[in-house]
Write a protein that binds this ligand. Structure first.
Ligand code: NAD
Length: 256
């Protein structure tokens, strides 16, 4: 379905981003990966699906790096057709103890990076008369939790940003939406499972159960594959009139 398109998925060396990249590659899209840590493993997984795969190591907290990544996409892939703003970090602390540098990093990586990629990639999409922008927000883009002020502020901001750009592009063939996962068992969440296990003095499995029971009525983690399938749907022709939505996939978290 997406043969001939190029997708840039930020933060795609791990977790949700990698799951989304693989789902898009299964539909034939060429992929530009981004993120830290092991690069060769994810690149090989995507390449095994028979698509062209590239990588740019832009630090998503740095606007100049982001501009260099979009220039790389233009030069090596002829532009970006599908932009998935996924890179993100978390830090948990009460607001009076929240480290200022963590606040700044979360706002830069989880929110401002989407502004920079969007402002740089959108003109090419409009020129080519096709485009999809999908912002990976969170259930925390719709509701709050204590001790996550920066993350909740960034994700609510990302949902608001999504709506604005969806309105600006409403009569164009470019759609802009957010997806809002609940708990997904990735390294970002495993850190929170570890912290809960240590705090409550329980096993890893019991900590996972408690984490889910607190927020996610389905008691099941959402998976990167499920989020990949939702992303593929948002890229389909059938989704042309889905615009400015914040689509939850959260096991009922935000239904309460
Ligand atoms: P993860 O830690 O597995 O992956 C994060 C990715 O972002 C990695 O590839 C990492 O290298 C990259 N990254 C981090 N900082 C970066 C930077 N400065 N520049 C470039 N890349 C950077 O986390 P994940 O759980 O897969 O999270 C992906 C997105 O999904 C995040 O935006 C997160 O907020 C969101 N999300 C996660 C969950 C969850 O339960 N895991 C729930 C809702 C939303």
């Amino acid at each position: 379905m997406l043969k001939g398109k190029t997708a840039l998925v930020t933060g795609s060396t791990s977790g949700i981003g990698l799951g989304v990249a693989l789902a898009l590659a299964r539909e034939g899209a060429n992929l530009i990966l981004n993120g830290f840590g092991d690069v060769e493993g994810p690149k090989a997984e995507v390449a095994a699906l028979g698509v062209k795969v590239g990588y740019h190591g832009a630090d998503m907290s740095k606007p100049a790096d982001i501009a260099a990544m979009v220039a790389y996409a233009d030069a090596e892939f002829g532009g970006i057709d599908i932009l998935v703003n996924n890179a993100g970090i978390q830090h948990v602390a009460p607001v009076q103890d929240f480290p200022v540098e963590k606040w700044d990093a979360i706002i830069a990586i989880n929110l401002s990076s989407a502004f920079h990629t969007t402002r740089l990639a959108l003109p090419g999409m409009l020129k080519k008369n096709w485009g999809r922008i999908i912002n990976v927000a969170s259930a925390h883009g719709l509701v709050a939790s204590a001790q996550k002020s920066a993350y909740v502020a960034a994700k609510h901001g990302l949902v608001g940003f999504t709506k604005s750009i969806a309105l600006e592009t409403a009569t164009s063939p470019v759609t802009v939406n957010a997806i809002c996962p609940g708990w997904v068992l990735t390294p970002l969440v495993q850190k929170q499972v570890d912290a809960l296990a240590a705090k409550d003095g329980v096993s890893n499995d019991e900590a996972k159960r408690r984490l889910l029971a607190e927020k996610q009525p389905s008691l099941q983690f959402t998976t990167p594959d499920e989020l990949g399938a939702l992303t593929v749907f948002l890229c389909s022709d059938a989704a042309i009139n889905v615009r400015g939505q914040a689509w939850a996939m959260d096991g009922g978290w935000t239904a309460v």
